[in-house]
Design a protein around this ligand. Structure first.
Ligand code: NAD
Ligand code: TYD
Length: 352
């Protein structure tokens, strides 16, 4: 079947992997990547697909409802995979308004455009909203996991804005019958992640022999998933997921920050042929993040049992692949960390 799918935020980290997968796998689909190109959006992430006949890029802000409606009509969009968002918790603590605007109003604008264009016939249409496990709040240090039934309990402005957007998506399903799916995924890692997030930031800082700022005692736990496994899950759910449902996506791969950081240091030192332990002294304990969630861990049993998805990559293999990619792509790293970001990061670090 021919389809025209709008992927929002396709120039960002996860979005670029989703765009690449869909453009390469589905030559009968028109893939439109709509992205505002904020500091986190980078078309260099998609160099390898930019000339493909089934790919088109549109620079636009999801908050501009009139522009979005026009794009829906012009291109006869019949599917949306919505990833565009402000995504960094530390930024949300400094500037919550931008998060409310993009993540809530931006999502509402896409929902309203979908409803207006599709309401005569919802058949074969889908609004797929990408969310996060952070909407569920924080777990204790025990064996509990977030399931699809876990009550929403967001703590940061980022997770509150994502929770709010999830509620709007559900409201459009329940009120207007809009065909929607929501997925809540754990922390992703892999190539093309903006280096304000833990893993690429630390790889870059080790390379440049700069301090590694560990928040608090480094005991917080995250559940890490290789980004290509997330993109594969999105493909499966977009095509075979049940409309109106929520699916959790996770790696069954919990790491405390400090243990993860030690693995990163060891891997970078080995690949750079540094002496073993050479970068250990870069670890610098700094003031904790305000409202820092203790532990996230996802139960993705539903996705495995209903649709057969499982993470494909062992963490050791994924982290090796990731470190190698950042070391081999220093120009990408230098390009995205120059200018405004360098100034922003220096201020962030000074504030701690
Ligand atoms: P990212 O910050 O790398 O990319 C976000 C993209 O959205 C960028 O290309 C940016 O230019 C674009 N964008 C921002 N505001 C926009 C606007 N107003 N209009 C149009 N485009 C805009 O984010 P990411 O890590 O790739 O996350 C993508 C999605 O997945 C987000 O919705 C995030 O909440 C969710 N998610 C991320 C993770 C993770 O670990 N990174 C985990 C679970 C869920
Ligand atoms: P991050 O990559 O920002 O993802 P999230 O906050 O969405 O989980 O952070 C991952 C973990 O690493 C989180 O517990 C905060 C911690 N962290 C640090 O200790 N130092 C840092 O410089 C950063 C960016 C994160």
């Amino acid at each position: 079947m021919n389809r025209t799918i709008l992927i929002t935020g396709g120039a960002g980290f996860i979005g670029s992997h989703v765009v690449r997968l869909f453009v390469n796998k589905y030559s009968n689909y028109n893939i439109i990547n709509l992205d505002k190109l904020t500091y986190a959006g980078n078309l260099a992430n998609l160099k390898d697909v930019e000339d493909k006949p089934n790919y088109k890029f549109i620079k636009e802000d999801i908050c501009d409802f009139d522009a979005i409606l026009k794009i829906f009509r012009q291109h006869a969009i019949d599917g949306v995979i919505h990833l565009a968002a402000e995504s960094h918790v530390d930024r949300s603590i400094k500037d919550p308004f931008t998060f409310a605007k993009t993540n809530v109003i931006g999502t509402l604008s896409l929902l309203q455009a979908s409803k207006q264009c599709w309401e005569d016939n919802f058949d074969e249409k889908l609004f797929y909203h990408i969310s996060t496990d952070e909407v569920y709040g924080a777990l204790k240090f025990d064996n509990t996991l977030f399931t699809e039934q876990t009550k929403y309990d967001p703590h940061s402005p980022y997770s509150a804005s994502k929770a709010s957007s999830d509620h709007f998506v559900r409201a459009f399903h329940d009120t207007y019958g809009l065909p929607v799916i929501i997925t809540n995924c754990s922390n992703n890692y892999g190539p093309y992640q903006f280096p304000e997030k833990l893993i690429p930031l630390f790889i870059n800082n080790i390379r440049r022999k700069k301090p590694l700022p560990v928040y608090g005692k480094g005991e917080n736990v995250r559940d890490w998933l290789f980004v290509e496994d997330h993109a594969r899950a999105i493909d499966i759910i977009f095509h075979r997921g049940k409309t109106g449902d929520t699916y959790n996506i996770g790696g069954f791969n919990e790491w405390s920050n400090i243990d993860l950081i030690k693995v990163i240091i060891k891997t970078v030192d080995r690949l750079l042929c540094n002496k073993e332990g050479e970068s250990d002294d870069l670890i610098t304990y700094v003031t904790d993040r305000a409202g820092h969630d203790l532990r996230y861990a996802i139960d993705s049993t539903k996705l495995k049992e209903e649709l057969g998805w499982e993470p494909s990559l062992q963490f050791e293999e994924g982290i090796e692949k990731t470190v190698r990619w950042y070391l081999d792509n220093q120009k990408w790293m230098d390009d995205v960390t120059s200018g405004e970001y360098e100034k922003y990061y220096t201020t962030m670090y000074r504030d701690r």
